[in-house]
Structures are given as structure tokens and as C-alpha cells.
Design a protein around this ligand. Structure first.
Ligand SMILES: NC(=O)c1ccc[n+]([C@@H]2O[C@H](COP(=O)([O-])OP(=O)(O)OC[C@H]3O[C@@H](n4cnc5c(N)ncnc54)[C@H](O)[C@@H]3O)[C@@H](O)[C@H]2O)c1
Length: 258
């Protein structure tokens, strides 16, 4: 097992991709803390992780709230005594956010930046003292293909695209600062993924033409399976990727080129 003895925090893990990442990391031998605002989903994930035989701590937290993030890190250290891996996966877009600049809603803009970018900064800030003390650690942030290219999907909102582009810049900045302490900081860049009922509904609500346009813009001509993202997450938080830092890894079937 590639993560034996390690302790991982996976945010945004009440379901969807975060739950898949938590399960994959647990299967590799790590103890896992899962964190989300969605308490019901969170406890479902924790039970599924424990069913693999792994130890799992479920922490209900609003990751845009500094005090809750700090308390969460303290709780993980209290329970597991160390932290090796943080996957800053929490995020997403808000219904009704727009791609048109004249219609951008300031409240939604702030909230989407908080969910996707500020949350990653707060979590990184809270765990870095421990990672520096250990002189090792892996921080994996989650961006989006929509931060790479404006093509294909005109309805992706301005706030989300800006936040996810900020996640890539944050990754590079932290990688440069923390590399001398033996801490790797990388970024995963998924494309459209049916991660659960919400994304399934989004896919189902598209016209055939929209779906075909998306697949034609994807050289591999298909959407990913969740395990195709989770396996890259495991690689990026394991020692197998020890000489990779500051990288934004496109796991989007090549659609970042479109
Ligand atoms: N599914 C896709 O097509 C896709 C594509 C590119 C990037 N991503 C990114 O991957 C990540 C996971 O996506 P998903 O499809 O599994 O979405 P999801 O909505 O199923 O999962 C996101 C989780 O983050 C949690 N969350 C959001 N903001 C939070 C906050 N402030 N505090 C605590 N929890 C918070 C939500 O409650 C939710 O459980 C997100 O960052 C998303 O932007 C997804």
C-alpha cells in the first residue's frame, strides 16, 4: 500500500469526486479526515471509508471560515497526531452565476471565490506549520479545465473560472515557497465529470449538439470514470511523485487544448 502510515485531509468529500478521492487514499493505507458543510453526505462517506478498514474522522466545517478551518486541523492533529496530505477539493459553482460580466452578482462572486480559492488558502495556511515541522507533506489543489480555456462551454460562470485560475496561481506560489521544506504542492485539473446526481442532471439537460460539441473538443472522445481521477490523486499525494511540484496536471482527456 502506497500511503501506509500517512494521514490525509480531503475537503469537499460529502460525495462526488471528494468521496472518491477519500476512498482511494484510504485504500492505500492512509488514515483519512473528510470535511464538508454537508453533514449527511459527509457521514455517508466516512462510513464507506471505514468499511474499507481505514480509520476516518468526519468533520463538518465551512471551509471559508478561518476559525473552523483552524479548529479542524487541530482536531485532526489531536486524533491522528500528524498530517501528511491535504487535498483541497471543496468547491464548485453556484446556480445562477453568469458568464456575462455585466450580470455578475457581487455576492455570488465573493462566495464562489471563497468556496474554491479562499478555502484552499485557509487550509494550506493552517496545515503548513505542521508540514514544515515534519519537513514533508503534499498539498493537492483542485482547479478546472475551464480555468485553462474559454472554449467549448460558454455558460461556465466568470466567478468560477477566475477562482479556479487563482487556484493554479496559488499552487505555483506555494510550491515555490514550500519546496525548500520538502513540501510538494500540485494542482489537479479535471474536465467535465459526472461526479454525482447534480452533474448527471447537468449532462442530461444538455442538448445532443452540446454533448457532441463537448466530446468533440475532448481528444479521448469520452467523459472520465471517477477512478481515472482518483488514481492520479493517489499518485500526486504519494512518494511516486516526489519530484513534481508546482504542476497543474490536466486529467481532462486532452480537452484543455480546445
Ligand atoms: N465534476 C466536474 O465536472 C468538475 C470539473 C472540474 C473541476 N471540478 C472540481 O472538483 C471538485 C469536486 O467537484 P464535484 O463534481 O465532486 O462537486 P460536488 O459538488 O459533488 O462536491 C463539492 C463538495 O464541496 C463542498 N463544499 C463546497 N464549498 C464548501 C465550503 N465552503 N466548505 C465546505 N464544503 C464545501 C460541497 O458541499 C460538496 O460536497 C470541485 O472543486 C469542483 O469545482 C469538478
Amino acid at each position: 500500500m502506497r500511503l501506509n502510515g500517512k494521514v490525509a485531509i480531503v475537503t469537499g468529500s460529502a460525495g462526488g469526486l471528494g468521496a472518491a478521492y477519500a476512498m482511494a487514499i484510504a485504500r492505500e493505507g492512509a488514515r483519512v479526515a473528510v470535511a464538508d458543510v454537508n453533514a449527511e453526505g459527509l457521514h455517508g462517506t466516512a462510513e464507506a471509508v471505514r468499511a474499507t478498514g481505514a480509520q476516518c474522522l468526519a468533520i463538518e466545517a465551512e471551509l471559508g471560515n478561518e476559525a473552523q478551518v483552524v479548529a479542524m486541523v487541530d482536531q485532526v492533529l489531536g486524533e491522528f497526531t500528524r498530517i501528511d496530505i491535504v487535498v483541497n477539493n471543496a468547491g464548485g459553482a453556484l446556480l445562477g452565476s453568469t458568464a456575462e460580466i455585466e450580470k455578475v452578482d457581487r455576492y455570488k462572486w465573493d462566495r464562489v471565490l471563497e468556496m474554491n480559492l479562499t478555502s484552499a488558502m485557509l487550509m494550506s495556511r493552517a496545515v503548513v506549520p505542521e508540514l514544515k515541522r515534519q519537513r514533508s507533506g503534499k498539498i493537492l489543489n483542485v482547479s478546472s479545465r475551464s480555468a485553462r480555456s474559454t472554449g467549448w462551454f460558454s455558460s461556465v460562470s466568470t466567478d468560477y473560472v477566475a477562482a479556479k485560475a487563482g487556484v493554479i496561481a496559488l499552487t505555483r506560489q506555494l510550491a515555490k515557497e514550500l519546496g525548500p521544506y520538502g513540501i510538494n504542492v500540485n494542482c489537479l485539473v479535471p474536465g467535465f465529470t459526472i461526479s454525482g446526481p447534480r452533474l448527471q442532471a447537468a449532462w442530461d439537460s444538455m442538448t445532443d449538439e452540446e454533448r457532441n460539441r463537448m466530446l468533440e473538443a475532448t481528444p479521448l472522445r469520452r467523459l472520465p470514470r471517477l477512478d481515472e481521477l482518483a488514481s492520479v490523486v493517489v499518485f500526486l499525494v504519494s512518494e511516486e511523485s516526489s519530484y513534481i511540484t508546482g504542476a497543474a496536471i490536466d486529467v481532462n482527456g486532452g480537452s484543455f487544448m480546445s
